[in-house]
Structures are given as structure tokens and as C-alpha cells.
Design a protein around this ligand. Structure first.
Ligand code: 9D3
Length: 249
């Protein structure tokens, strides 16, 4: 899969050379190509922005350098879907990411300043995505999130220990607690079940913790799913144990 990146700050994407995405690049599961609008300017000062019609604070990215960068990116990958990362986009979810991961490639358009001339968005953009309801300074960090999340869905991108099967839960259920050595830290031990070597008991404990924590911290996620009778039993047990513990102490 190829990610074409249109950005005036391509150095930000050096972060992709680390970890799982870094390995995916080395394995040639993904390729990245960069198109800097500043390299496509036709004005003496290499300006990529101008003042907004109607006035107000901030600047707007101009059409010409973006279009020239886009033409180059499209020539490189004509089948790519053009994605604009913007606060006005549909919020990215794991379900969307999984669907997008079957595409052959993307051109990621990154805005800076107050945004991009709307006519460019109308003419060139296939889909617009936000990464959540908070303000960041431009599209680049959102693009990093997009590339990381999509790359993880490509077969072969995750190592054996970090299997895609475990990720299949993400998005609708919170993870169970994790522990490693040493066995005691600041007087705190670890749950006995994790030391007893009963693997089906461990799986049940993890499922129960996962359901319990989702119920406590993200009830909105549980409301969207139907639990099996088995899962309902583990959640009821988790809740019952909370009641016991809070009346004991
Ligand atoms: C007048 C209000 N503006 C500044 C506070 C609006 C504004 C313009 C440009 C807010 C953010 C940005 C830059 N953000 C992005 O390009 C962006 C983004 C985000 O801010 N939040 C969540 N997802 C994304 S994707 C791209």
C-alpha cells in the first residue's frame, strides 16, 4: 500500500520510521511518498498561504501549489483515494480503519493555518476525516495516526506476539490489566490466577476484566453490543465482586 503525503512539513513523518510502521516500511508492506506544496509554488517567495476573503484571523492555503502537488501525487498513484484530515471530517473509528485497509493506496492532504481553499476540497477530496473532537495544529499528526492505524491492519504488519486476532476486539471492548516481573511492587502483588498456570481460567479472568472495565469506564461501548449469556455472567460476577469489596472495606 502506498501513502502519498501532501504536506509543507514532511519531516514530521520521520516518526513513521519506528516500531511497527517502521518494520512495515522495511518489509515493503507500505511505501510513503512526499509532495511538498512549497516545492510547487510559482511565486518568488514560495508562499503557500494567503489572507482569507471576508477577513478574520489566520491564513488559508492557496489552490495553485496544492493542485500542482496533487497532480504529481496522482501521477505517482492514479488509483489512490484522496483523504483530507480536518476537524470537519467524520471521526475515524477502528471499524472505518479496518474497511479502509483494503484500499490500494491513499493521498493524504494535510492542512496548516486555518485550512485549505474550499474549492480545492470540493474538486479533489474523496473523504474527509477527523481524529477526534480536540484541536491540533494541522493535519500532519492526524495523518500519522491514520497511517499507523491502517498499516496495523495489513496482513504481516504485526509480529507473531502482537497478533491481529487480539486487535479484532479493539474498538468495542477495553483491554484487561497486564502485569510483568517483579512479582511484588511497592507491596502490591498480582492476581493469583495469573500465576497458577490454568490457561482457561486465565482466559476467563481476562474476559471478565475486559467486560468489567468497559462497563466501568466506557458504558457507551457496551450499550452498542450484545453480550452472550456467558459474557453477561462474567460481567455480573465482576459487578457482584465490586459490591462485596466495597462493603468489606
Ligand atoms: C477558528 C478555529 N480554528 C482554530 C482553533 C479552527 C481550526 C483550524 C485548523 C482548528 C484546527 C485546525 C488544524 N487541525 C487539523 O488540521 C486537524 C484536526 C484537528 O484539529 N482535530 C482533530 N482531527 C484533525 S484532522 C486535522
Amino acid at each position: 500500500m502506498n501513502f502519498g503525503v501532501i504536506s509543507i512539513f514532511p519531516e514530521i513523518f520521520l516518526a513513521l520510521n519506528y516500531g511497527i510502521v517502521g518494520r512495515a516500511i522495511q518489509q515493503q508492506l507500505i511505501t510513503l511518498s512526499y509532495w511538498n506544496p512549497r516545492d510547487f509554488t510559482q511565486n518568488k517567495h514560495r508562499r503557500v498561504d494567503d489572507r482569507p476573503y471576508g477577513g478574520g484571523a489566520g491564513m488559508v492555503m492557496t489552490y495553485q501549489p496544492l493542485q500542482a502537488a496533487m497532480d504529481a501525487a496522482k501521477q505517482h498513484n492514479p488509483l489512490a483515494k484522496v483523504i483530507y484530515l480536518s476537524p470537519q471530517g467524520k471521526t475515524l473509528t477502528q471499524s472505518l480503519v479496518t474497511q479502509l485497509a483494503v484500499s490500494s493506496g491513499f493521498i493524504l492532504l494535510n492542512g496548516r493555518y486555518e485550512g485549505i481553499d474550499e474549492r480545492f476540497i470540493d474538486n479533489m477530496v474523496d473523504e474527509e476525516y477527523s481524529i477526534g473532537d480536540y484541536v491540533i495544529s494541522g493535519g500532519e499528526f492526524a495523518s500519522l495516526v491514520f497511517i499507523d492505524a491502517v498499516t496495523r491492519c495489513i496482513p504481516g504488519a504485526l509480529g507473531h506476539e502482537d497478533s491481529a486476532v487480539q486487535d479484532s476486539f479493539t474498538g468495542d471492548r477495553l483491554d484487561y490489566p497486564h502485569y510483568t516481573r517483579p512479582e511484588i511492587i511497592a507491596g502490591k502483588s498480582i492476581p493469583d490466577v495469573l500465576k497458577q498456570g490454568d490457561h482457561s481460567a486465565i482466559l476467563r479472568w481476562r474476559l471478565k476484566q475486559s467486560l468489567g472495565r468497559t462497563w466501568q469506564r466506557r458504558p457507551d461501548l457496551l450499550e452498542k453490543q450484545r453480550l452472550t449469556p456467558e459474557e453477561k455472567k462474567w460481567l455480573d460476577e465482576f459487578i457482584a465482586e465490586l459490591t462485596i469489596n466495597s462493603s468489606t472495606f
